[in-house]
Design a protein around this ligand. Sequence first.
Ligand SMILES: Nc1ncnc2c1ncn2[C@@H]1O[C@H](COP(=O)(O)OP(=O)(O)OP(=O)(O)O)[C@@H](O)[C@H]1O
Length: 247
Amino acid sequence: MQDTVELHGVRKVHGAGGRQVTALDGVSIGFPRGTFTAIMGPSGSGKSTLLQCAAGLEQPTDGRIVLAGVDIGQQNEKERTQLRRDHIGFVFQAFNLVESLTAAQNVELPSRFAGRKVSPEQVANALAAVGLAERAGHRPSELSGGQQQRVALARALVTRPDVLFADEPTGALDTVTSQEVLRMMRMLVDREGQTTLMVTHDPVAASMADVVVFLKDGRIADRIQLDRHSGGNSAAAIATHMARLEA
Ligand SMILES: Nc1ncnc2c1ncn2[C@@H]1O[C@H](COP(=O)(O)OP(=O)(O)OP(=O)(O)O)[C@@H](O)[C@H]1O
């Protein structure tokens, strides 16, 4: 079966003239439907660039990206915007919630901007899926950091996107609330088959994934498949891999 997201020989060079930086240097990888992949690597190794390219937010210099069966490179800007709206959800380190709106209104807002009708049931279901059914009427200031990030997750997932992209989703959270958000992301993969790509620096966060991909200097340096049922300490193994890459 075709992967939900595929990168074929993707190169991305930032800048021009004498200040060119090769952020991705021939990356080929597929992200199968229903899997949770963590992307790790030293600072500047190309993690965010990979996510931005895979999500169609940046155009690769070379290579091909296929998202939900569509070759992004063959599309014009308008078609790419539509493709993102139809197939992608995004969460970032910053929750980016509107303070004056309730959780439910925050979940609904981007779809409304995109001219897409989301029913009150869909909003309620999305909030229930992240365990916040009771908090629909609360404003961000009345929620914990973990709960706010879960509202952002509900907002990303209300349109049932093929892929969830998460760039350091727990970067602004403490250990306890990080776990709350990560457990929710894991559950969405297990229960809903939500294909998820997450960039993280945190080995504990990465240990929630099915696969950890390590980047170094814009290339895939390593890839480990995690056994979710082994009960072993995969976070420690991931940290060891990272230390080796950073050495
Ligand atoms: N818009 C840009 N213009 C020029 N260079 C850029 C741009 N964006 C990224 N780069 C460079 O490309 C390389 C990869 O950057 P990227 O942000 O993808 O790395 P990263 O692994 O996400 O890093 P970090 O962990 O520090 O966020 C870096 O050397 C960075 O300085």
